[in-house]
Design a protein. Structure first.
Length: 366
C-alpha cells in the first residue's frame, strides 16, 4: 500500500491547513504536495488593489473577493495551470487528492484519477446568501456552477466533512450516494491534548474572525444579559479587532497559536452560534482542550457537538437562549467537567486526523 503515490493539490492556505491530515495519510501512502505557482495578480499587494477596485462596483470587500476569485475564467486558468504542472512532474501519481472546490486539478485530459475533499458547496453558500456566493449576473453564476458540477462529476470519489455537504452533492448536483463518503475533519493539532483542564475562571471565548457570519451580534447581546446574572464573567473575542467599550470584554484580535493554547487553558466555555460555519476547526480545537462549546444547529456543527453531552446545540438562535445556556453551564462546574471529559473523548475517538485518514485510506485502497 505504501507504494501508492498520492499527490496533494489545492490553494496554498488549504494545503497548509491540512498538513496533519497529509502526515497521517503518509503512514499508508507516498504523499507529495504540489504548490501551484501563483499568477502575477495573486500577489498580496496586487490582490488587494484588485479587490478594492471590485469593491467600488459592489460596495463590499467580501463580495469583491468573490468576484476576484470565483468566476469561470479564474477556475479554468487555475485548473489548466495545475494540470500543466502535474504533467511536468518527474513521476505520474496514482491519484490526485484535491482540497476543496475552487478549481480542478485537470481541465483538458482526465487520464489520472482524482478525488476531492470538501467542506462546502456553492449551492449551500447560495442558500445561506453568503458573500462568497455573490455573482453580478445569472450568466456568471451559472458558469461557475457548471465548472463546479464538472469538477464533482469527473472525480473518482468525493470525501466530505459533514452530512449536510453529502446531502447537497446528492440533491443539488445529482451525485450518486456511493460516490460520496463522510469522513469528518479535525483541528490544528496532530495529537489530542493530554494535560489537565480546570474550570472556574468564568471566561468565555469567541472566535470573531468573521464577526457577523459567526454570530458576533448574538454573542454580544447574550453576554450583556449574562452579566446581569454573573457580573464577574469575562468575554474574550479573538480573530478580529473591534471597537468595543466594555472592561469585561477583551479583544486582542489576531493571536498566535501559542497564545490561543494559553487562552484555551484559561477558558470555561466557547460560544460559536454561527449562522453559517461548514465544519469549524476552532470548535474542535477547543474540545481538544476539554472546553464545552455552545454552537448553533447550522451546517456541520451538530455533527461535532453532541447536544447535552459534550456541549450544547441551540436550535433557535436567540440572545436569550444563548445567554440562558451559558449561565446554566457557568454556574454548574460539575456539568462543565462532565462535558469536558466527553468533548475530549470525542476528539480522541472520532474527530482526529488519524481517524479521518483511515476512512480516506480505506476507500482509496479499494
Amino acid at each position: 500500500m505504501k507504494s501508492k503515490k498520492v499527490l496533494m493539490t489545492g490553494e496554498a492556505p488549504y494545503l497548509f491547513r491540512h498538513e496533519f491530515l497529509f502526515k497521517a495519510m503518509s503512514k499508508y501512502f507516498n504523499i507529495q504536495i504540489l504548490q501551484r505557482k501563483q499568477e502575477w495578480y495573486e500577489g498580496k499587494f496586487t490582490r488587494q488593489l484588485l479587490k478594492y477596485f471590485y469593491a467600488t462596483r459592489v460596495f463590499s470587500i467580501s463580495k469583491a473577493d468573490t468576484l476576484f476569485q470565483k468566476n469561470q475564467r479564474e477556475f479554468i486558468v487555475k485548473s489548466q495551470k495545475t494540470e500543466q504542472e502535474i504533467r511536468q512532474m518527474k513521476y505520474i501519481p496514482d491519484v490526485v487528492f484535491h482540497i476543496f472546490n475552487t478549481y480542478s486539478p485537470f481541465w483538458n485530459k482526465f487520464d489520472i484519477p482524482y478525488v476531492l475533499y470538501l467542506d462546502y458547496t456553492m449551492a449551500l453558500s447560495e442558500k445561506k446568501q453568503l458573500p462568497w456566493a455573490y455573482f453580478i449576473t445569472r450568466k456568471e453564476r451559472d458558469a461557475w456552477f457548471e465548472c463546479e458540477h464538472q469538477l464533482f462529476e469527473r472525480a473518482k470519489h468525493l470525501f466530505v466533512q459533514s452530512c449536510c455537504v453529502k446531502s447537497s452533492l446528492l440533491q443539488d448536483y445529482g451525485m450518486e450516494p456511493q460516490k460520496v463518503t463522510v469522513v469528518g475533519a479535525s483541528g490544528n493539532f496532530e495529537k489530542p491534548y493530554e494535560g489537565e483542564k480546570t474550570f472556574g475562571s468564568k471566561q468565555i471565548l469567541f472566535n470573531g474572525s468573521d464577526f457577523q457570519r459567526k454570530g458576533g451580534d448574538l454573542v454580544l447581546a447574550a453576554f450583556k444579559k449574562l452579566k446581569q446574572v454573573i457580573p464577574e464573567a469575562k468575554l474574550v473575542i479573538i480573530g478580529k479587532k473591534l471597537f468595543l467599550r466594555d472592561d469585561s470584554i477583551e479583544n486582542p484580535g489576531h493571536i498566535s497559536h501559542v497564545a490561543l493554547q494559553n487562552l484555551f487553558l484559561k477558558t470555561d466555555l466557547v460560544l460559536a452560534p454561527a449562522y453559517c460555519d461548514p465544519f469549524p476547526r476552532f470548535v474542535m480545537e477547543a474540545m481538544n482542550y476539554g472546553i464545552p462549546c455552545i454552537v448553533s444547529a447550522n451546517d456541520g456543527m451538530p455533527e461535532i457537538v453532541d447536544n447535552n453531552m459534550n456541549g450544547i446545540v441551540i436550535e433557535k438562535l436567540t440572545a436569550e437562549l444563548l445567554a440562558n445556556s451559558t449561565i446554566n453551564l457557568l454556574n454548574n462546574p460539575s456539568l462543565l467537567a462532565s462535558m469536558s471529559q466527553a468533548a475530549r473523548k470525542k476528539i480522541k475517538t472520532t474527530l482526529n486526523w488519524s481517524n479521518v485518514a483511515e476512512r480516506i485510506v480505506h476507500v482509496l485502497s479499494n
